[in-house]
Design a protein around this ligand. Structure first.
Ligand SMILES: C[S@@+](CC[C@H](N)C(=O)[O-])C[C@H]1O[C@@H](n2cnc3c(N)ncnc32)[C@H](O)[C@@H]1O
Length: 254
């Protein structure tokens, strides 16, 4: 029985349909929700976009605030929350991740999400510090960042050896001004960033170890098998290090 199966039996939380992009993350989050079964959690999703995580968490009964820089994303979030019948449990706040202190109550969140944001902000350190400050002592952070090794391999496999070389050589893991991301991470670097901000990293998983490497016919033809394989490989070295994204689950010390 997987962690997620166990959680479904104890809390009734099923979450959205699992995909290779989300299955590992929901498994980790579900285990945290299970720890607090029966409680309504205060959740903060920084850069939560259109609510792919926020809305299912609200559907599970939690109170979710999404802080995002994009008004368009927040408008889509608000529509999605209304359609799901959870508008009263989802608050949309426009703002910058490193200005959280002025936007949300300090030390008020039980769970903070920051997915696919630290690779695009000007400087990830103040955002990481802001995540910690928003968490109550003992609260948990779910952080998803772009993986560096997968980007190098992906560019090389597509024939862009110059870009692969630039990515591999650059300390930031970015190929330069034309790259859509300002930085990419390896597990040690991401853990060090969170550790320096005051979080204790408890788990690191690879997300999309295989999904981006497979021909579409395989990925689309065997979705359940792919999800299971992603879950089986996510915590295991060397697969974790080759994943397109790294998921870190960390806690503010009590
Ligand atoms: C790639 S999307 C990820 C959305 C969502 N977290 C997810 O995983 O599906 C990045 C989001 O971060 C937001 N964003 C980028 N920079 C930000 C910042 N400095 N502060 C707050 N949000 C930011 C963008 O508007 C966008 O909605």
């Amino acid at each position: 029985m997987t962690r997620l199966d166990r959680v479904e039996q104890t809390t009734g939380f099923t979450g959205p349909p699992l995909t290779p992009r989300t299955a590992v993350i929901w498994s980790v989050l579900a285990a945290e929700l299970d720890r607090h079964a029966g409680d309504q959690l205060t959740v903060l999703d920084v850069g939560g976009g259109t609510g792919g995580f926020a809305v299912p968490l609200a559907q599970a009964g939690h109170q979710v605030t999404v802080v995002d820089a994009s008004p368009d994303a927040l408008a889509a979030l608000t529509r999605r929350a209304a359609e799901a019948g959870v508008a009263d449990r989802v608050r949309a706040v426009q703002g910058d991740g490193d200005a959280l202190a002025g936007l949300v109550e300090p030390a008020g969140a039980d769970l903070v999400l920051c997915h696919s944001v630290l690779e695009v902000v000007d400087d990830p350190a103040p955002v990481a510090a802001a995540l910690v400050a928003a968490l109550r002592p003992g609260g948990a952070a779910s952080v998803l960042v772009a993986g560096r090794a997968a980007a190098v391999l992906g560019r090389a496999m597509n024939g862009h050896l110059d870009v692969a070389a630039a990515l591999a050589a650059a300390p930031t893991g970015s190929a330069g001004p034309r790259d859509t991301l300002r930085r990419r991470f390896d597990a040690e670097g991401a853990a060090a960033l969170l550790g320096a901000a005051g979080l204790a990293v408890e788990e690191i998983h690879g997300v999309r170890v295989l999904a981006d490497l497979l021909p579409a016919a395989v990925a689309d033809g065997q979705p359940a098998a792919l999800v299971e394989l992603e879950r089986a490989l996510a915590a295991r070295s060397p697969y974790r290090e080759l994943a397109a994204q790294l998921h870190l689950f960390a806690r503010r010390p009590a």
